[in-house]
Ligand binder design. Structure first.
Ligand code: HEC
Length: 220
């Protein structure tokens, strides 16, 4: 495994995906967004990826313009984070952006989407919160680390997204799962969607990978 950069070792840099919720209805065609962020070199700066799909079709949405605004629900008016545009990367439906926050904690990201469709998608994201995962079993870790948002309840996969890029993990061989997590963490695995899986993998210790893999392999 490649040595990790020093900033990964600082506990406050571990973000967790919290929840993706749709906003109030705008147009008939709706979007679903999955956001993952990892800390950039500068403190309070995050490099984020957004996977945009049609809510009904499950197909990636390309050619969209995304303007991202961030505010803190706990202090609605107190913050003034400059809105940023997310730009497309080579994977269809995937966009990236870099955001600079004012403090750690739970932020609401408002994704204003225009182009092939218009929608407003709201994502809640907990930046920099270090969940003390010590003593948690695999089943609990799977939820507290936010894995279920992309891999479905108990790792059974997301049936509502067509040609889902999120693999089913339930019932997989535990050694295979640990090896994939290690390769995703180090960047050695270079699949089409590996970039979106690297941030969660970076938060996992070897012991946590083993616990998660043992748990997932036993899900029937
Ligand atoms: C934001 C969405 C997202 C989150 C959150 C997420 N994953 Fe993933 N995961 C993916 C995607 C996408 C892939 C496919 C990666 C590729 O194409 O290489 C993947 C792949 C994997 C694989 C490899 C599976 C295989 O069949 O090769 C494992 C294991 C895995 N994830 C475990 C986890 C665990 C454990 C967590 C929680 C710590 C987690 N994932 C959180 C999106 C996510």
């Amino acid at each position: 495994m490649k040595p990790m950069k020093a900033f990964w070792l600082i506990p406050w840099v571990i973000p967790l995906l919290v929840l993706i919720a749709p906003a109030a209805g705008l147009a008939a065609k709706r979007a679903k967004a999955i956001v993952t962020c990892q800390p950039a070199e500068a403190r309070l700066e995050y490099e984020c990826r957004i996977l945009l799909t049609g809510r009904k079709s499950g197909q990636p949405i390309t050619g969209a313009k995304i303007l991202v605004k961030a505010d803190m629900p706990s202090m609605a008016m107190a913050h003034n984070v400059r809105p940023v545009h997310a730009v497309p990367v080579s994977t269809p439906g995937m966009y990236k952006m870099r955001i600079k926050l004012e403090m750690f904690g739970e932020w609401t990201l408002r994704l204003k989407i225009s182009g092939p469709m218009r929608d407003l998608v709201i994502a809640k994201y907990n930046f920099g919160t270090h969940h003390d995962a010590k003593g948690q079993d695999g089943k609990t870790l799977f939820v507290t680390k936010g894995c279920d948002h992309c891999h479905g309840n108990e790792g059974r996969g997301l049936a509502n997204i067509k040609n889902t890029p999120f693999p089913r993990l339930a019932g997989q061989n535990p050694t295979y799962l640990v090896n994939q997590l290690k390769a995703l963490k180090s960047g050695a695995r270079k699949g089409a969607m590996s970039a979106i899986m690297q941030p969660p993998a970076l938060t996992l210790s070897a012991a946590e990978m083993k616990k998660l893999a043992d748990y997932l392999s036993k899900v029937k």
